[in-house]
Design a protein around this ligand. Sequence first.
Ligand SMILES: C[S@@+](CC[C@H](N)C(=O)[O-])C[C@H]1O[C@@H](n2cnc3c(N)ncnc32)[C@H](O)[C@@H]1O
Length: 240
Amino acid sequence: MKGYSENYWAKRAKQYNKTNWVKNENFMVRFLGMLPDKKYEPILEVGIGTGAVAEKVCEKIGPLTGIDISKEMISQIDHPEITPILGNAHSLPFDDSYFKLILMRNVIHYIDDPELAFSEIYRCLMPNGYFLFSQVVSPDDSISEEYDRLVGRNIHYPTQGEIIQLFSKYRSVTQDNFILKNQSIINWINNTCNDKSQKKHTIDRHRQTSDTYKRLSNFSETANDMFVDIKHFMVLGQKI
Ligand SMILES: C[S@@+](CC[C@H](N)C(=O)[O-])C[C@H]1O[C@@H](n2cnc3c(N)ncnc32)[C@H](O)[C@@H]1O
């Protein structure tokens, strides 16, 4: 049980958009660029958060509905073409085969039962509908355990292998990596964690990581900060 409840997101909501990667334009272009050039309607985003991806979806593809467990996160959304709904990925309040496109970015590592969330998404997609997914992952599956310990917070970041396994029911599965270069650990920790001693421990853990992690993440250090490349694993699948 990961126990990332509404309370956790209530505390993060106001700072969330200040995290460097959230609105990264190059990421959005690569991520949404994975979709074949078609009409998509209706569209759902699961774990919509503050609507950073959703805003781009409206701009490039069309209006959408978004679901999230945190009312504080979705209260940051103010866009005429986004319909935010409070609800849980474990039990989506939609009919079978309803959506043509479902998106999810950086949600699955917070979800208690990823398989259940995936089966709910599959159920709500229409035949031939698309699921576009992205997740921060360890720089390499071989150091997944070290990565989980490093980030802390009782989170397991699914490996690329585990994610591909979750797509086993889909066809035409395509994948891509987007590397966000030189990301500040201090920016990330300041916008993720409010507890001073937890912050210090996380910073110490980053200083003490293995040479393998440092090499794979292009780790660098200044007097006041550390910088690493962050890997986003993006997958597109089509429902059979
Ligand atoms: C890291 S944020 C990502 C937000 C957005 N997808 C983005 O990429 O900017 C994770 C989001 O997942 C939501 N979330 C966590 N568990 C959830 C669940 N079981 N059902 C729906 N949303 C959930 C959180 O409330 C939070 O808004």
